[in-house]
Structure formats: C-alpha cells, structure tokens
Design a protein around this ligand. Structure first.
Ligand SMILES: [Zn+2]
Length: 300
C-alpha cells in the first residue's frame, strides 16, 4: 500500500469516527491497513496513520481496540527492524548477504604463564611481536590476519599467542561467512572490523574480544552500531526511541477535568493529556497541569 492509499484510509477512519459509523467499518479499514502496510517511520509520520490507529486502541468496541493494538505492535516491530539498516552505515554493505551464524569454536581463555607477554603493550604489531603470519597458505588471508592482529594488540597485555589465536579465528569466521571467497565483501568486512577494533574511543570492544566475552563468531557478524562504544550505543537507542514515540503518539489534546484535584492548591481545575510513553501494552501515562497554580504531575 502506498502513502496515498494509507492517507485515504486515515481519512476514512476520521470520517467513520466523526459520523459514528458501526465498528465494522473501522474493522474493515484496520484489517486492510494491517495487511497492506509495512510500517516505516517516514510513512507513519507523513500519513499520521500511526496516530490514527493508536487512538483506536482505546475504542469502546473490543474488536476494534484489539485490532488496533495488534497493528501498533506489528508496526513497532516493522520500524524496529528497518531502523537497524541505516544504523549499520555504509562501511559494510556485505553484511546483509553474509550468512548469519556459522559454528563458533569457543576459544579457550589464556592460561597464566602460557607464553611470554608482549614487549610493549602501548603499541605493537604482528611484525614487532615477531609473529609468524604464514598461516593459511594464502598471502591475502595471512596479510589480513596480520591487520586484525595489529588492531587487537593495541593497549593489550595479552600474549601474542592469544592475540594471534583470536585474529586467526576472526579471519576464519569472516572467510567462511563470505563463502570462502576472497572478494570485496570479505575484505570490506575485515576492514570494518579493523576500524572498529582499533578505535581509540572504544577500548571496550577490544577488551571484550580478548577476554572472550564476545566470541569471534559473534564479532564477525556484529552490526556496526553494536560494536560502537557504550556511549554511542546509548545515544543511538535514545534517538531510536524518540523517533518511534514521535511517529506513533498522537499529539495529545488538552482536556480539563473537575475530577482531578491539584495536590498543591487543592483546586479542581486540572488539565490533562494522555500519552503512550512506554510499550503499547502498558497503560497510558496521564500528564496533569493545574490551571490555577501551574503545578504539574503525572500518573499512569
Ligand atoms: Zn494547583
């Protein structure tokens, strides 16, 4: 269903509500929206269909409200899935085609005193650590194992053995994920991993890989935003949630109640708005403002 058709449905829903048409009219419209719409943030925002359906979740007819709730949940999922793609940025377009999981051999944690530690952990490279990179019999693969080694060894006290084991395993996972083809997607994926692993602002990623908390199999298919620093991930999540709220929640209409009493001045002249602040199956939050003294509070 294109935006124009969606708009027609939104108009029809408004009309059905205004003219108090029987619930069956709304159910027809909702059913058609449910079948025809794969939600995107833009579509929800541009057509305001998110708001229209969101309003119907509180409709007095149970069949209507149930269907509206179902659609809201589905669309939130649609939007959630879509939003993963732009976040991955363009660094690695191959990810979409990479097979998701490959058997992952857990790498044993380093044993104490396993071998000599690295000379200077503040810098270093496979070359300085005198690591033998004749591993796979293929010059390109060996070189890229060295590249991953150079990223993983930054600021690490782990032994060269440990780092090499991880670099080998990571390269092998990426290699298998790309059907053992030494083509651009494989190389780009290694490059993305290299850039993220050596990121000075994100030392945690390296640490978590070296400690074994993140397996190389997992890392091989990780989205860029998952590899990001915690700070960035927090920001990313907040933006996602704000966007979603904006596209799903109706601009609330103010109403004045003489049932609500202000806790501060005791007057019963309180305006309130309701909004869905959390997930769709939780109760609405009511935001209250005392029209007399300006006191504000909320409850759900
Ligand atoms: Zn008051």
């Amino acid at each position: 269903m294109d935006a124009k058709e969606v708009l027609t449905h939104v108009g029809a829903i408004d009309k059905a509500m205004k003219e108090k048409l029987p619930p069956s009219a709304l159910i027809d419209l909702l059913t058609s929206l449910k079948k025809g719409v794969v939600a995107t943030e833009k579509l929800l925002r541009d057509t305001k269909v998110g708001m229209a359906v969101n309003k119907l979740r509180t409709h007095s007819d149970k069949a209507v409200s149930d269907l509206a709730k179902e659609i809201v949940v589905k669309w939130k999922q649609d939007v959630g899935q879509k939003s993963k793609q732009p976040a991955a940025r363009s660094q690695d377009k191959s990810r979409a085609t990479a097979s998701p999981t490959i058997a992952q051999n857990p790498i044993p944690s380093p044993k104490k005193g396993e071998s000599k530690s690295r000379v200077d952990s503040s810098k270093g490279s496979a070359k300085e650590d005198l690591v033998d990179l004749a591993i796979t019999g293929d010059a390109t693969r060996d070189r890229l194992i060295g590249v991953l080694y150079n990223a993983l060894c930054l600021e690490s006290d782990a032994t060269p053995d440990r780092i090499l084991t991880l670099a080998k395993s990571l390269e092998a996972d990426v290699f298998i994920n790309h059907k053992k083809k030494l083509e651009l997607p494989y190389k780009k994926r290694i490059q993305t991993l290299y850039i993220n692993l050596k990121d000075k602002k994100n030392p945690n990623l390296r640490k978590r890989v070296i400690s074994g908390e993140i397996s190389t199999g997992r890392l091989a298919t990780m989205e860029t935003h998952e590899m990001a620093s915690e700070e960035l991930q927090g920001q990313y999540k907040a933006i996602q949630e704000a966007n979603l709220r904006e596209s799903m929640v109706a601009k609330p209409e103010k109403s004045i109640s003489d049932q609500l009493q202000c806790g501060k001045c005791g007057k019963k002249k309180v305006s309130y708005t309701q909004a869905q602040t959390r997930s769709a199956d939780e109760p609405m939050t009511t935001f209250c403002t005392c029209e007399h003294c300006g006191n504000m509070w909320k409850f759900s």
